[in-house]
Design a protein around this ligand. Structure first.
Ligand SMILES: *Cc1c(COP(=O)(O)O)cnc(C)c1O
Length: 357
C-alpha cells in the first residue's frame, strides 16, 4: 500500500545505540542527556537558538495561546489541520476565520484588518505545507492593533525565508515532529520564541510551571519531550537532508507531469527555501478530484485529501461561509510524496493524473 507519506525510520542499530545510553543512564523521561543533545543539534541545524522541545505539535499551540491570547478572539485560517482551530477552542478563545489566498493558500493578509474587533488578542496563522504566510504584512497589522502573532509552523522543519529560519517570525512559532512530518521523534514538537522573558514563561509553562524544585512561577502543564523521543530524534536527524534531496527530484518529476494537465500546484512565496514536505495538487472541481483519487486507490495508491474539510465547517464552530477555503479544500489532494518512491510508482501516478483530465 502506498500512502501519502511514509515514516522515515533510521537504521535500527543507530536507534539502539541511543537506547543503550538510556539504559546506562537509567533516565527515560525528561531533562536527560539525549534531550540536551537533541536540543543542541536542532538549534544548530535549524539555525534557530530559541527552541523548547515538546511532547507534540499541538501542546505548544495551546501554551502559546494560553500565554498570549487570554480568552479573546483569535484571527485564524480555516485552511489548516484541525489542531490549529481545536487549540483555540480548547483554550477558551474564539476563532475568527479569515479566508485564504487562492494560490499561496495561506491566510489572506489583506482581509485581516476588516475582521479585527476590540476582543481580538492574537493572530494564529499556518504556514501551509511549509509555504510562509506574508509575515511582514501580518507583523505590521499586529503591531498596529496590539495583537500577538503565533505561527503554526508544523510543516516547516528546515524552511527558510529570506535567508533565516521561518521559526524566527511571530511572537511564537510551533513545529510538529509527528511521524508523518519530515523530521520526527515518533510524536513530538517544539516551540520557538525570540523574546527571552516570554521564552522563560513558555519554558516554565511546559513543565508544570516549575521554576525550581520547590518554586512555581505560575500555572503550567506537562508538555515535555521525553528521553525516549529524543533518542528517536537523534537517530533521524542525520538523515533529514538525505530525505529532502530525493524529494526535490520527485517534485520536479511531478511538476513536469502537471504541465501536461490542467492541474495546479500551490504557489510558493518568493524568498522561501522550501523543504519539499508535501505535493498538493489543486483540481478544477471536486468531481475530477474524486475520480482521480478512485483510480489511484484502485492501484493501491492512497493520496490524502489534506486539508479537508475547511475548518470553519467543523461541527463545534459557528462559522460564516468562506468561499476560497471551502472551494480549495474540496479540490485539493496531497500526492504520495516520499524519498523512496520508485520510478514505476511515479509513472503510475503521473499517467493517472494526465489521463484523468
Ligand atoms: C501535524 C500538525 C499539527 C499537530 O501536530 P501534532 O504533533 O500531531 O500534535 C498542527 N498543525 C498542523 C498544520 C499540522 O500539520
Amino acid at each position: 500500500m502506498i500512502n501519502v507519506t511514509k515514516t522515515f525510520l533510521p537504521p535500527i542499530e543507530e536507534y539502539q545505540k541511543y537506547l543503550e545510553q538510556i539504559w546506562n543512564s537509567n533516565q527515560i523521561a525528561n531533562g536527560g542527556k539525549l534531550w540536551y543533545e537533541l536540543q543542541a543539534k536542532l538549534k544548530d541545524y535549524l539555525d534557530s537558538p530559541d527552541l523548547i522541545l515538546t511532547a507534540n505539535g499541538t501542546l505548544p499551540l495551546q501554551i502559546a495561546l494560553k500565554v498570549l491570547a487570554g480568552n479573546g478572539e483569535v484571527i485564524t485560517t480555516p485552511f489548516s489541520y484541525v489542531a490549529t482551530t481545536a487549540a483555540i477552542v480548547w483554550e477558551n478563545c474564539t476563532p475568527v476565520f479569515v479566508d485564504i489566498h487562492p494560490e499561496y493558500l495561506t491566510i489572506d493578509e489583506t482581509k485581516i484588518e476588516a475582521a479585527i474587533t476590540e476582543k481580538n488578542t492574537a493572530i494564529l496563522a499556518t504556514h501551509v505545507f511549509g509555504n510562509p504566510c506574508n509575515v511582514e504584512e501580518i507583523d505590521r497589522i499586529a503591531k498596529k492593533h496590539g495583537l500577538k502573532v503565533i505561527y503554526d509552523a508544523a510543516h516547516c522543519f528546515g524552511v527558510k525565508y529570506k535567508g533565516q529560519s521561518i521559526f524566527n517570525f511571530g511572537d511564537v512559532s510551533t513545529c510538529s515532529f509527528h511521524a508523518t512530518k519530515i523530521f520526527h521523534t515518533g510524536e513530538g514538537g517544539a516551540m520557538f520564541c525570540k523574546d527571552p522573558e516570554l521564552y522563560e514563561e513558555l519554558f516554565y509553562k511546559h513543565n508544570f510551571g516549575n521554576k525550581s524544585a520547590t518554586e512555581f512561577s505560575g500555572l503550567g502543564i506537562n508538555a515535555k519531550m521525553s528521553e525516549l523521543k529524543s533518542a528517536m530524534g537523534l537517530a533521524v536527524l542525520p538523515y533529514v537532508d538525505f530525505d529532502i534531496k530525493p524529494r526535490k527530484k520527485i517534485y520536479d518529476f511531478y511538476q513536469e507531469a502537471l504541465k501536461e494537465s490542467q492541474l495546479n500546484m500551490i504557489k510558493l512565496r518568493g524568498g522561501v527555501e522550501w523543504n519539499y514536505s508535501y505535493f498538493p495538487v489543486i483540481f478544477s472541481d471536486k468531481k475530477h478530484l474524486l475520480k482521480t483519487q478512485k483510480i489511484l486507490n484502485e492501484k493501491v495508491i492512497f493520496p490524502r485529501r489534506y486539508f479537508y474539510p475547511s475548518l470553519n465547517s467543523l461541527s463545534y464552530i459557528q462559522g460564516k461561509k468562506l468561499e476560497i477555503s471551502e472551494s480549495i479544500s474540496h479540490r485539493i489532494l496531497c500526492l504520495t510524496f516520499y524519498a523512496d518512491l520508485n520510478p514505476a510508482q511515479l509513472k503510475e501516478i503521473r499517467t493517472t493524473l494526465i489521463a484523468s483530465e
